[in-house]
Write a protein that binds this ligand. Structure first.
Ligand code: FES
Length: 273
């Protein structure tokens, strides 16, 4: 006779038929919900902030700084950011914010990141909410079906992220010029941009895909000493991937917010020289 507690034939995790039948939802006594709740809150705040800034289509340039949310600017409604030719590749794009065109790449990179997947699967979908805590869903198909099968695009987003990091590096170099395009400038914004680009590169290079590209599919490390050294180095960064994911998320929002404050006239960029 059915008792209502039999495992679903396709269920996984602690409810699967091969696991001990325990009635309690979990046996954990610690505050296991704290990490997913903090994660969900942090990601939610970032999504709200970045959505507001991406659609604002204003206050994203204050010479010599351009917001990382809007770089590279590829629409003609972008303000002239550089002394050379503008990057007006896409024309007016029907008046859409240029950030919409650009953010798909860094957002795709973060959305498909192995760490962020764990974070938002747990934080928003409770799938599962924590180790040894059963998820509420009746069946589990993993990342084998649409839309989650698209997570496998991560490696390609990694290549795009390398390009974006290169462009943000260029923007950081330009932050050493003043508003008249003369070199030798340094303001508080220059330091904000420097911190941001270091964290962006550290996060990008600590990617699991990067680690595999550098050191994967080798039979003998001894025959590839350079790749072995790079793999070891990236492995050390990879150990801190979660930390770098959060630090770079905060730093990119901070760099954008700094540009917003200066561009909107709420704050003057203090200059060191
Ligand atoms: Fe996180 Fe690639 S695994 S960025």
């Amino acid at each position: 006779m059915a008792t209502g507690t039999e495992p679903h034939p396709k269920s996984g995790g602690v409810r699967s038929g091969t696991r001990a039948a325990i009635d309690a939802p979990h046996l954990r006594t610690d505050r296991w919900w704290l990490a997913p709740a903090a994660t969900a809150t942090g990601l939610f705040l970032f999504v709200v902030y970045s959505t507001w800034r991406a659609f604002a289509n204003a206050d994203y340039y204050a010479a010599p700084y351009v917001s990382p949310f809007y770089s590279p600017c590829v629409a003609e409604n972008c303000e002239p950011m550089r002394s050379g030719p503008n990057w007006e590749i896409f024309g007016g794009w029907w008046g859409l914010s240029p950030a919409i065109l650009i953010l798909v790449f860094p957002l795709g990179f973060r959305l498909t990141c192995y760490y962020y997947r764990k974070a938002y699967y747990r934080g928003f979908w409770a799938s599962p909410p924590a180790c040894a805590v059963a998820e509420p869903h009746k069946k589990y198909t993993g990342e084998t079906r649409f839309p989650l099968v698209l997570q496998n695009l991560h490696r390609y987003f990694f290549y795009a992220a390398l390009l974006v990091a290169g462009i943000l590096t260029y923007d950081t170099v330009l932050a050493f010029r003043d508003e008249h395009y003369a070199w030798g400038h340094m303001g508080l914004g220059t330091l904000v941009f420097l911190l941001n680009i270091v964290l962006i590169w550290a996060y990008t290079l600590s990617c699991h895909s990067c680690r595999h590209i550098v050191g994967g599919q080798l039979k003998h490390f001894s025959k590839h000493p350079v790749r072995y050294r790079m793999w070891r180095w990236i492995g050390k960064l990879n150990d801190r991937h979660m930390l770098l994911a959060w630090a770079s998320l905060v730093s990119v929002a901070l760099a954008d917010f700094y540009v917003f404050l200066v561009a909107s006239g709420a704050f003057d960029d203090p200059r060191f020289f």
